[in-house]
Design a protein. Sequence first.
Length: 317
Amino acid sequence: MKKLCLLLIIVACSINFCFGQKTIANDVSEAHIAIAGTKISMVPPQAFTVAANFAGFQQDESGASIMVLDLPGPFSEVSKAFTEEGLKSQGMTFVASESLDFQGLDGMLLTVQQEAYGQLFQKHILAFGNDKETVLINGTFPSDKIELHEPVRDALLTTFYDSTKEIDPFGTVDFEISSDGGGLIFAKSMASSLIFNKDGKLPSQSEDQANFIVGKAFSETLVTDKKQFASARLGQLPIEIDSIIATTSVEIDGLPGIEIIADGRNPQNNNEEKVYQVMLFEETLYYIMLGSCEDNFDENIKMFQNMAKTFKRKPLK
């Protein structure tokens, strides 16, 4: 489970101290905006618009964003990863934490700092959940934009969570992909990505631990060397890459891309893994498909390749 979540997000937090427990019990107002593909409604800060490539809001001028992530697993278990060691391992610096009673659920509000792309960012993270799922809402902005500190934090505290809302997992993405007859079935949508495995459970109980994840970049990136970019992206996975077996140029749905097959190891148990990655490039955005397995290597790589070929973008509305 830990490795799967890291394939989608890298969030670590600290709970060194608290300032007492605050109760959050919001009602939905006319100012609340429902975030598509989630059970969350929120009053965004002024000048923030609905994000085009992820579930949440963004402010183009400052580079600030508010992103909703829905993780499988009970809050009591997921929150065990919110340690100071985990925070430091991801290059984050603890600033503050506050315990919350969020609509009767256990929760917390964290503030951390992190450097990225040569710039220091501040994050407010609202985390809460029940015995089935955990929700993380990340409010991120450049740390020198002190005028955004309170608006972003206050926006997170307007959050309303509708636990009974039914979500169409395939309606949250702008692409389609088929697993029909391939041996994989849909498991969950998470972080604007679709997750497939052999039993539909998270974490999967299949012996070979075959997983296939399809997603889209959250933000725009200018890629000048596609092969180099894809290789660097492979190195960011929570898998120890031993060697690259093959790197191939591909075209899927009219998009140029790079396919990489690699040998690696699961750092948690040292099991041998095969990794399959395809990146498809569309102007300043890209789509990524990631497959991994710990057995039945040839069969699973072929299955990943066949599934990747079914990828296609949805028509613009």
